[in-house]
Design a protein around this ligand. Sequence first.
Ligand code: GRG
Length: 287
Amino acid sequence: MEFKNYLEDKKNIIDKALDKFLPPENKLPFIIHQAMRYSVFSGGKRIRPILTLITAELLDQEIEKVISAACGIELIHTFSLIHDDLPCMDNDDFRRGKPSNHKVFGEAIALLAGDALLVSGFELIAKNSEVKGIKKQSIINLIKEISFYIGTANMLGGQVEDINPGNENIKKEDLYNLYMKKTAALICVSIRAGAILSNANQRQLKALTKYGENIGLAFQIVDDMLDIMQDQRVMKKKPTYPNQYGIKESKNEADRLIKEAKDSLKIFNNKAETLKNLADYILLRER
Ligand code: GRG
């Protein structure tokens, strides 16, 4: 199957599972369910849950056995985007070319829709323990992992640094640290989720983590390049790789990170082609 079709196929599986899980819009209180569904079904690429599924496939686990946790991670991602767009954070009126959640539902409901998606995300991950063949201990480990990867040491901490206006002219090392926390952490734990639920050994987990960190960093560099090239946002005085080093150097750096990510999959021999294709997709994506 061509990789584009593979991605589309996986995206449809995830969309169906999310639709089945999320309360319908006609369930009380209507507004919160409408707001949750508005952002979940507004054109996300589903990169994170797809990574969970690909990793499971690589380790010979059936994707049905990890789909619940994969969808939980997508809900956590959607929560972070809603909160990121709020006026008190990045103050963005648009997300994926559509009015952001608070522009449609107001700030209070957007805040609550984000909260609801974070809670529902963990509910879905916990529900994965009901799947036959999945060890309860793996789910406990996973909940602990995700809490760490999105907490103050990682995603949340990265967001704090990102909105802190004191960090212009940041050193390259500190910029990488920020990208690692803000973006790469959730991408990385999406892969680790697939690995943990497929009983990966330590060597496999280490290789997959390296892959996740590198594609996560490249993902943010490409994201910042797309923002500039597609002129989607008024460029804020934020320290980003392309703002500091220019587009050409950013492209070279993203290339290098993707190569390094693919190299870390050597231990899987030819079995990791799909993860390698996904790494290339991150580099070549247009949005
Ligand atoms: C985790 C408790 C907790 C708080 C969250 C708001 C916040 C704190 C963090 C936001 C971090 C953030 C918005 C990082 C940007 C990551 C990024 C590049 C998102 C875009 O990802 P895509 O392109 O999104 O995969 P789509 O639209 O495809 O879903």
